[in-house]
Design a protein around this ligand. Structure first.
Ligand SMILES: NC(=O)CCC(=O)C(=O)O
Length: 303
């Protein structure tokens, strides 16, 4: 009898609507994660601030404290945070890897607020906690003005985790960034080199109607192409009545820089079967990772 071992990973991005009432936002996220599971996804991603309007006035009131973080332990008690315990419950119940978008997190040690992404594994174990490293402080005349740093503090480290299913040939390392983090090529490059060695970068994000049409796809494909990795970027669905209008257009790009799956601005799932062999195919064909000349670039004044 021949057994079939899966050589691809089904990934789903849940482009959910964010209700201002947290209870409804969480119930909606749960519904979409469960739909992704029904469609066979093993890695499921939620968007930035999926439990809170993306608005600096809301972050302090929606912020949740996490239990002291104990990575890799399936029995870690997440009950201090309503959102974290839901994510843990969903990952465990469905045996999936769940990159739980991001949430405003209040640090129990210093009461600062962070924009934080939690990832849970199939046993409900906390695998990663990423605090957004680059805060979104911009002022585009006639477009968008936003200052996350009015209320948020920045994270200080890079984040990655290992994904492996016993019954498949898939073993991937996944790096996590949040939204504006995608604009920093050095961060993506660092996540795709040792010790992180990410094969896929996942960015829960919420671009807007000024920078979304101009830069969202370009950045996703650029980070994929220049690091020869998969890139998943998951936005909330567009809500024209929200104080910040998300662009939507969640998408998955391949190590060749093409778009494997995408959506428009509406609530929806973006699903792709990711084939990790495409990474080595791209890297063998165009070996820029071996050909880079850091000694030339770093000798330049101003580098
Ligand atoms: N939530 C964010 O970080 C927004 C980033 C963004 O829109 C951009 O243009 O960058």
């Amino acid at each position: 009898m021949s057994s079939t071992v899966s050589t691809t990973l089904r990934v789903a991005l849940c482009q959910v609507r964010v209700d201002a009432e947290k209870r409804k936002a969480l119930a909606n996220a749960q519904r979409w994660v469960e739909e992704a599971v029904k469609q066979g996804a093993k890695l499921v991603v939620l968007p930035e601030c999926f439990n809170c309007p993306y608005d600096t006035r809301c972050f302090p009131t929606y912020a949740e404290e996490l239990s002291p973080v104990s990575k890799g332990d399936p029995s870690t008690d997440m009950s201090a945070s309503e959102t974290a315990s839901l994510l843990q419950k969903l990952a465990r119940a469905h045996g999936i890897y769940l990159v739980g978008g991001s949430i405003p997190e209040r640090s129990h040690s210093d009461q600062r607020i962070y924009n934080t992404s939690l990832t849970f594994g199939p046993r409900g174990e906390l695998l990663a906690r990423h605090r957004k490293v680059h805060l979104f402080d911009v002022d585009v005349p006639g477009g968008i003005r936003f200052r996350e740093s009015d209320v948020l503090s920045a994270g200080e480290s890079l984040t990655s985790f290992a994904l492996k299913f016993g019954d498949s040939a898939i073993a991937l390392r996944i790096g996590v960034g949040i939204c504006y983090d995608i604009r920093f090529p050095e961060m993506a490059a660092a996540m795709t080199r040792a010790p992180h060695d990410a094969d896929m970068l996942v960015y829960p994000g919420a671009f807007n109607m000024t920078t979304g049409p101009a830069h969202w796809e370009l950045l996703i494909r650029a980070r994929a192409l220049d690091n020869q990795v998969f890139v998943c970027a998951c936005s909330p669905a567009r809500d024209p009545h929200a104080s910040y209008t998300a662009y939507g257009h969640s998408m998955i790009a391949s190590p060749w820089g093409d778009v494997l799956a995408r959506t428009d601005e509406h609530e929806s799932l973006v699903i792709a079967d990711v084939d990790p062999s495409r990474i080595m195919h791209a890297r063998n064909a165009i070996p820029v990772r071996k050909q880079r000349r850091p000694e030339v670039y770093t000798s330049q004044p101003g580098f």
